[in-house]
Design a protein around this ligand. Structure first.
Ligand SMILES: NC(=O)c1ccc[n+]([C@@H]2O[C@H](COP(=O)([O-])OP(=O)(O)OC[C@H]3O[C@@H](n4cnc5c(N)ncnc54)[C@H](OP(=O)(O)O)[C@@H]3O)[C@@H](O)[C@H]2O)c1
Length: 212
């Protein structure tokens, strides 16, 4: 299968949470990590998030002051993306993947592509990655949230998995975590990773995992 090189990146608290119990975004990464993520974004052809992240954080996903802007990609099976979301404004192209029969016009410079659902409301990542590859996306950055990260890990559709861990605790049973989704049912099903690099960055740690 032809697919882009996939890098998953997220920032987590020491207890594995990626947002507040209200699901509201909070600043987890430090100055040094934000600089690293900026460089990472610049090196990628596209940045992908799930509709959950768009609805809770309303991110721009653009690089301020840069001529080259990666394509913004949203996974949105039911096509719920608001027309005034920041991810469809600004000077970058946006691709929204939706389920079969769900496409509707969203805006200028926004391409809406229907793909099949692998299971209810979970779009087929294989088809999405092939379509992105055909559009020239050779390096893809997956920025979250927890459900999307889970899917990429579960389907083993990644080459690097980067986690910045800030030494803080967020807690809370409802706080989104690094990998949400349905989880595994047994030890045999655990998704194996290998630690390739760990380094101190700002006040926290940057861990680079690769598929195990
Ligand atoms: N700290 C960080 O690095 C970081 C980064 C990003 C986000 N976040 C946080 O993450 C939270 C949002 O995460 P989330 O889990 O609610 O949402 P999400 O992962 O952004 O989006 C999940 C949604 O995407 C759609 N989807 C379509 N196909 C999918 C597939 N194959 N796999 C997975 N999802 C698919 C589904 O919605 P439909 O059924 O409607 O299609 C699914 O519910 C927010 O609190 C945000 O602040 C943190």
């Amino acid at each position: 299968m032809k697919r882009p090189y996939v890098i998953i990146n997220c920032a987590s608290s020491a207890d594995g949470k990626i947002a507040l119990p209200s699901r509201k975004q909070t600043r987890i990464s430090c100055k040094e990590d934000r600089k690293r993520v900026l460089e990472l974004r610049k090196s990628c052809d596209a940045i992908l998030v799930g509709i959950g992240t768009v609805l809770s954080d309303d991110p721009h996903l653009t690089i301020r002051g840069s001529k080259k802007q990666p394509i913004r990609v949203v996974l949105d099976s039911r096509c719920r993306l608001p027309k005034d979301a920041k991810v469809v404004s600004g000077n970058a192209k946006t691709i929204v993947f939706v389920g079969k029969g769900k496409a509707r016009p969203i805006g200028e410079d926004v391409e809406v592509i229907e793909v099949k659902e692998e299971k209810e409301n979970f779009l087929d990542l294989k088809e999405i990655l092939e379509k992105l590859y055909d559009k020239g996306v050779k390096k893809l950055l997956v920025e979250g949230g927890g459900t999307v990260i889970w899917s990429f890990l579960k389907e083993k559709m990644f080459d690097e998995f980067l986690v910045y861990v800030r030494p803080v605790i967020i807690g809370g049973k409802t706080s989104p975590t690094i990998a949400d989704g349905e989880g595994v049912e047994s030890e045999d099903e655990m998704i194996r990773l290998k630690v390739e690099e760990v380094r101190k960055l700002g006040e926290g740690l940057l861990i680079k995992y690769v598929p195990g």
